[in-house]
Design a protein around this ligand. Structure first.
Ligand SMILES: C[S@@+](CC[C@H](N)C(=O)[O-])C[C@H]1O[C@@H](n2cnc3c(N)ncnc32)[C@H](O)[C@@H]1O
Length: 231
């Protein structure tokens, strides 16, 4: 059976190319490792999840596709289930930015033993970029994928150094304007929409925090509009 991945997982799979082994942290359904092994992008994969139910789902999907010999399943939190150097590529996708940061920090040695990290935070993407910058990583690729009305950000990093000089790059993506991704305009519009939603929610609130948030969001909207005008 040939597995058809969703646009988001397709982009993530493309980012794995070049690694011969991979670990999928928070695998859930197990689609990604199965597709990667089936397409011979990797020869070995480790599908990991903290919860038994999703891991059982992944196990069944792996067995149904006859990949029990090349895909191992492991139960546990984050990268703690891996040994150092075991996976050339580590994928953490579909989780919040703060959780991704927490998982990388909890097993920093194992994280650094991978040739590359492929991260797809569902929110707080700036937290992930900031963590990478301050913990000895460089972002080597940024990609976007659309599913329905949602745009997903995919970040690929490897050990190294980088300096993000434009503060907007933490939110928008490292050098996103330079690569002129076909989804960049939509990505910016979505960010503007979300910031406007924040402004509408706090409009009229008089606490110091609310006022600061309003000001920050307004500034962000202005910067995003400026980038959009240059595209
Ligand atoms: C929304 S799903 C994402 C599934 C898949 N990675 C994807 O992108 O389609 C999140 C999965 O992460 C798992 N998860 C949550 N916290 C985790 C942790 N600390 N370690 C490993 N897996 C975790 C959940 O059980 C769930 O299966």
């Amino acid at each position: 059976m040939s597995i058809e991945l969703s646009p988001r997982l397709k982009v993530i799979a493309a980012c794995v190319v070049g690694a011969s082994t991979m670990a999928d942290i928070g695998t859930d359904h197990g689609y990604l490792p199965v597709a990667l092994v089936e397409k011979k992008i990797v020869s070995k994969a480790i599908a990991c999840d903290i919860n038994e139910k999703p891991l059982a789902k992944a196990k069944k999907f792996i067995a149904d596709n006859n990949f029990d010999n090349s895909i191992e399943t492991r139960l546990g939190s984050g990268l703690s289930v891996l040994k150092s150097g075991e996976a050339e590529a580590i994928v953490i996708a579909g989780m919040g930015g703060f959780l991704i940061q927490e998982l990388l920090e909890a097993e920093a040695v194992i994280a650094r033993s991978a040739k590359k990290l492929i991260l797809q935070p569902m929110n707080n993407q700036s937290v992930v970029r900031r963590y990478l910058e301050t913990h000895g990583y460089k972002i080597t690729r940024e990609d976007l994928a659309r599913e329905g009305h949602r745009i997903y950000e995919i970040i690929v990093a490897e050990p190294g150094t980088m300096v993000i000089s434009n503060p907007l790059d933490y939110d928008l993506g490292f050098k996103a304007t330079e690569t002129k991704h076909p989804l960049l305009k939509e990505h910016i519009n979505r960010k503007i929409f979300l910031e406007e939603k924040i402004c509408n929610n706090i409009m009229g609130k008089t606490t110091i925090d609310a006022k600061k948030q309003f000001k920050d969001s307004q500034a962000m909207i202005q910067q995003l509009n400026e980038v959009k005008e240059c595209l």
